[in-house]
Ligand binder design. Structure first.
Ligand code: CTP
Ligand code: CA
Length: 230
């Protein structure tokens, strides 16, 4: 029986995606983390696989199953995520949807910290590696299309534009996560796509969509960009 096959615009392309939060240990029983369900990154992985891509998903701790046809690597910390990304290269497209913890505790306790007369322990923090910026600035083996995310609670477009320049990526998917929007942890997202072309930046604002719809639209946009040489 013949059935029409869905188009596979990313056939032969290797797509790397980060998703979820990272957990940064304080001691063996405690950690610092970001709020992230991982839903948007997993949806992008599923959409890219459906579009025919070979998909490598590098995920922090989330309660989600690996999408069909996706090669999933689970990590905990930002440093582990960076190492997993580096060993998964090369890729044609890299999409950094993870909510990476910006800081970790400088000296992780080997034993559980105990409450005591000394009061709460002072936590000395140190900055984590910036995975998106590190990969965007590679001089050798940089994926031809690097996409970052910018979740902002104010001045969305200005902050996202600054982030695009600072990180050195090609596109930024910006979304408003201020509490009033109610999007955090939910199933929907309003996103704005900022695309850098040399000195200029194009802005596309998409209507409120489910995270699955955002994923499908982003993958379609990527396929379109890769089909048309810039
Ligand atoms: N990112 C990353 N590694 C980090 C921090 C962020 O790869 N250590 C990536 C995220 O996956 C996202 C983009 O960078 O694609 C923007 O993350 P965001 O937290 O919005 O940017 P920051 O540069 O950390 O700025 P801030 O949190 O201060 O807004
Ligand atoms: Ca951050």
């Amino acid at each position: 029986l013949w059935r029409p096959q869905p188009p596979k615009p990313l056939l032969g392309k290797r797509v790397l995606i980060t998703a979820g939060p990272t957990h940064e240990p304080i001691d063996p029983v405690r950690y610092i983390a970001n709020r992230s369900s991982g839903k948007q990154g997993y949806a992008i992985a599923a959409a890219a696989a459906a579009a025919g891509a070979e998909v490598v998903l590098i995920s922090g701790p989330v309660e989600l199953r690996a999408p069909a046809g996706v090669d999933l690597t689970r990590v905990e910390s930002a440093r582990e995520m960076l190492a997993a990304v580096q060993s998964a290269l090369p890729a044609d497209v890299a999409i950094f949807a993870a909510a990476v913890a910006d800081w970790r505790v400088a000296a992780e306790g080997e034993q559980k910290l105990k409450k005591g007369a000394g009061g709460p322990p002072p936590l000395q923090l140190t900055e984590n590696p910036d995975i998106l910026a590190t990969i965007s600035k590679l001089t050798e083996g940089r994926p031809p299309l690097v996409v970052g995310f910018a979740a902002e609670t104010e001045n969305l477009i200005d902050n996202a534009n600054a982030k695009l320049a600072r990180k050195g990526c090609d596109w930024i998917v910006a979304n408003d996560v201020s509490p009033a929007t109610g999007v955090m942890g939910g199933d929907r997202n309003t996103v704005h796509l900022l695309m850098r072309h040399g000195e200029a930046t194009d802005l596309e604002s998409w209507p409120l969509m489910t995270k699955d719809e955002v994923a499908t639209a982003l993958v379609a946009r990527i396929a379109q960009a890769m089909a048309v040489p810039a």
